[in-house]
Design a protein around this ligand. Structure first.
Ligand code: ADP
Ligand code: NA
Length: 333
């Protein structure tokens, strides 16, 4: 059977991904590689909305790609590439921008939140059209499925609306309408200092974030300092409602070892949270060390890494080119 095409990407906004990015996105992508025709992209054009320093952006793009590889994305089985290397992304975004209502784009909650923080003059038109570029990323490959977290759901809905609009205005078959690929019970990772907030690069202080490329000693410190609860029986069970801190530690433990959450919980139930933390810290270090070794191997040979990305861009372009031609033609261009 023909495999369904799936597209996903992350921005190169930091020097490192964090454990939430790995567990919630990257490790899921790796698991999808064989069952789907997968494209995994470092979306550097999206990162421009925060106006990064050019040298830093280039460095972060390489580091993000190296982490995709270190996490298990296999460029033989998936297409791994950098968004800006395929010019059709930016080109298609313009066509789609001209099909998107101003009010429609203005209703995107992520735009409303971010622009409220930045003020009218601090907010770029790029931030406003960001979801249109995301729609171009997806429609350019006729992607059938897009793995998305809750925060991207509204943007994917816009993509679907645009695809349907194109098919209405320019004829059936102009665009493929993508479906969200929601992996059931996709592990969400919470901040170790505030287990009710998503682990995120934007968390103030950052003491509850584990970065994949940071010194593992810092991860150990963060895990040992993790906020738990005042339950005097030291009950260890997966129960995000009443035991968010412990549940988060179990999620991480399970993700880095592949062990079942219930089995891990049984091992530590009633023994005192210190035991759980010490062993989890060891397990995270055992995950981070080889991960960092692999990432550093890719980063120590930028020419080889660039060659992998250039090959990925060639393969992505082979898919994008005819799709772009088809849409241009339908538009009368
Ligand atoms: P951040 O929240 O640090 O800004 P992004 O929004 O760039 O991270 O997310 C990139 C990818 O990682 C998305 O697919 C997102 O759903 C996933 N992700 C980010 N944070 C988490 C988390 N704490 N738990 C699970 N998945 C996450
Ligand atoms: Na986010």
């Amino acid at each position: 059977a023909v495999k369904q095409r799936i597209f996903s990407g992350m921005q190169p906004t930091d020097g490192s991904l964090h454990l939430g990015n790995y567990i919630g996105a990257l490790s899921q992508w790796v698991a999808l590689q064989d069952s789907y025709d997968a494209l995994y992209c470092v979306v550097d054009l999206h990162a421009l909305t925060v106006q990064p320093d050019p040298a830093l952006l280039r460095e972060r793009t390489r580091r993000t790609a190296a982490q995709y590889l270190a996490g298990g994305i296999d460029p033989e089985r998936s297409i791994l590439f950098v968004q800006s290397h395929v010019a059709e992304h930016a080109e298609l975004a313009w066509l789609l921008a001209c099909q998107t209502g101003f009010g429609e784009a203005g209703r995107m909650t992520q735009f409303k939140d971010k622009s409220a923080k930045q003020g009218a003059d601090g907010t770029t038109v790029g931030l406003f059209t960001y979801p249109v570029l995301m729609a171009a990323d997806i429609l350019l490959y006729d992607a059938a499925l897009v793995p998305v977290g809750e925060d991207q759901r509204q943007h994917l809905e816009l993509t679907r609306n645009l695809a349907e609009r194109l098919n209405t205005r320019f004829g059936e078959g102009t665009a493929v309408v993508p479906e969200p690929h929601i992996v059931k019970a996709v592990a969400k990772v919470y901040d170790l200092q505030d287990p009710t907030a998503k682990m995120s690069k934007s968390n103030a202080g950052g003491k509850g974030v584990v970065w994949l490329l940071e010194d593992p000693k810092k991860a150990v410190k963060a895990i040992k300092a993790a906020v738990t609860d005042a339950d005097e029986t030291y009950a260890v069970r997966y129960d995000p409602e009443t035991k968010p801190g412990i549940s988060n530690l179990l999620t991480i433990f399970s993700a880095v070892t592949g062990r079942d959450v219930g089995a891990i919980a049984a091992d530590y139930d009633g023994r005192g949270y210190g035991y759980l933390k010490v062993d989890l810290a060891d397990a995270v270090v055992a995950f981070l060390e080889p991960f960092q070794e692999r990432a550093n191997t890719y980063l120590s040979d930028p020419a080889q890494l660039d060659a992998v990305l250039a090959d990925g861009a060639d393969r992505a372009r082979e898919i994008a080119r005819p799709v772009s031609d088809r849409i241009y033609e339908r538009f009368g261009l």
